[in-house]
Ligand binder design. Structure first.
Ligand code: NOJ
Ligand code: NOJ
Length: 463
């Protein structure tokens, strides 16, 4: 890895000072990465919860995030799987991690059963003992089962490749090619396949309608599900999921608003509020979490790039911490009123949104490098021309520009992180101090994801 990085520096930069500041940044990013891996481990492997549960944050009051949120958990679980495979980190809890993966399977089985007694599979959050959370809440949130299906399908392949004890029993617990079923992935896939047209609450748990983020996650689940079903000899299901995939892909097209020049986050239902511009960072997160290469709405889709630019501009203007660089601290959506404690206040930049912007640019660079037929065209020129004044860049040159642009967003996160590297949910829009739920699991996961994406594209460039 060190060799890769050194080659990259030589390849990328000529002036000495540039190279040394690059090494310095690399160092700082790696330190935060290791710190985030540490905090993530603390939130994930703990003895005050039912084993396999993933708390959203350790805080039990103001705000109380001491619950297992299906969305946060699925995203975090996928980060853990990627970390495990990438072998980038010194996982001090490594010996416990396979045991944790197992526990996570059984915990999901428990909460699925609980949700049949209360609320259904769209239930967004559970108590850490695996029982249902029965207070009023924005429910259902149908991105949860979709994200969980995709993350557990990844685990399915891992178990299949490796030599796990009780392998066949585990795989059956995850996916059994029959109906009715009690296997976790199959239950989620059936739920997604049959309910995706139903309105539900968005990932921010506030708006009832039909959402780009949710539909993107559902489409990805159908694709992953169709492949798995095919593999395990469930051809009828494979066909059915593939058909839903096609229909969802078409439905997604409706979210592009050519007049406003961005992808809108939600199609509202009559009587369900109009307080949002529907310019929302969830578009970028949707592409990050559920984008599909060579499909509509992948990283280099000009409509996605246009939405990225619009979001960047609006957040740069509204948060006073953004008066100076590096990069821009990014929030959820401009009209946000949730300050991390109460909902009648002012919204702030979020760590996971800012790190998400970094990851987006790394992944875009990766897609450009990986796609043999990528070209700068009339449609995408508006996005790329800011990196180059007159001459047409090579793919590698363009990728390097995108990486350094991405780095600015991670430097943003570093600037606002607590001195010990702990990360809350939000960054105060005026003072820049951390705010809201401390050590939010998802904040750390998003930094780790961004760092891993950065390593991945750098090694592709130097190869
Ligand atoms: C209101 C926030 O806006 C929403 O995103 C959050 O999930 C809930 N409060 C619970 O903290
Ligand atoms: C509030 C966020 O809006 C939501 O997306 C998240 O699931 C919860 N907090 C828990 O982190």
């Amino acid at each position: 890895m060190l060799k890769t990085i050194l080659t990259f520096i030589l390849f990328a930069f000529t002036t000495q000072s540039f190279a040394s500041s690059f090494i310095q940044l690399e160092d700082q990013l790696r330190r935060q990465f290791n710190t985030s891996v540490f905090w993530l481990g603390k939130n994930v492997i703990r003895d005050d919860v039912n084993p396999g549960a993933i708390i959203a944050a350790p805080s039990v009051a103001n705000p109380n995030y001491y619950y297992h949120w299906v969305r946060d958990a699925a995203l975090t679980f996928e980060t853990l799987l990627d970390l495990n495979v990438a072998r980038l980190a010194n996982l001090s809890y490594k010996k416990n991690i396979n045991a944790f993966f197992l526990d996570h399977i059984y915990f999901n089985h428990t909460i699925q059963r609980a949700s049949f007694r209360f609320g259904g599979l769209g239930e967004p959050k559970f108590n850490v003992d695996g029982s249902s959370y029965t207070e009023p809440w924005g429910r259902p949130q149908n991105d949860g089962p979709a994200l969980r299906a995709s993350s557990l399908i990844k685990l399915y392949y891992l178990i299949q490749r490796e030599n796990w004890p009780n392998k066949q029993i585990l795989l059956k617990r995850l996916y059994e090619p029959k109906l009715p079923t009690t296997s976790i992935i199959k239950l989620d896939l059936e739920f997604v396949a049959h309910h995706w047209r139903e309105p539900n609450f968005d990932l921010w748990e506030e708006v009832f309608g039909s959402h780009f983020y949710t539909l993107m996650s559902q489409r990805k689940a159908m694709l992953d599900g169709a492949k798995l079903a095919e593999l395990v000899g469930d051809p009828g299901a494979a066909q059915f999921y593939a058909k839903q995939f096609e229909q969802m892909s078409m439905e997604l097209e409706r979210f592009w608003d050519p007049k406003r020049g961005f992808i809108v986050s939600t199609m509202l239902l009559p009587g369900h509020g109009h307080y949002k511009s529907h310019l929302d960072v969830s578009i970028i997160l949707a592409v990050l979490h559920s984008g599909i290469v060579n499909s509509n709405f992948s990283f280099t889709d000009p409509r996605v790039l246009a939405s990225f630019d619009k979001l960047n501009t609006v957040f740069k203007e509204i948060y006073s911490v953004n008066k100076t660089g590096p990069g821009v601290a990014i929030g959820r959506y401009p009209e946000d009123r949730y300050d991390g404690y109460r909902t009648d206040s002012y919204g702030n930049p979020w760590v996971l949104a800012t790190a998400g912007f970094a990851e987006f640019l790394y992944q875009t660079a990766f897609e450009i490098m990986a796609k043999p037929n990528f070209r700068i065209t009339m449609q995408n020129k508006f996005f790329f021309e800011k990196f180059f004044k007159n001459k047409l860049p090579s793919k590698a040159e363009l990728a390097k520009k995108l990486i350094s642009q991405g780095d600015q967003y991670l430097q943003r996160v570093l600037r606002h992180a607590n001195p010990d590297g702990s990360l809350s949910e939000q960054i105060n829009r005026n003072s820049g101090f951390m705010q809201g739920a401390p050590n939010l699991t998802w904040s750390h996961a998003s930094f780790i994801d961004a760092f891993m994406a950065r390593q991945k594209v750098i090694s592709l460039i130097v190869r």
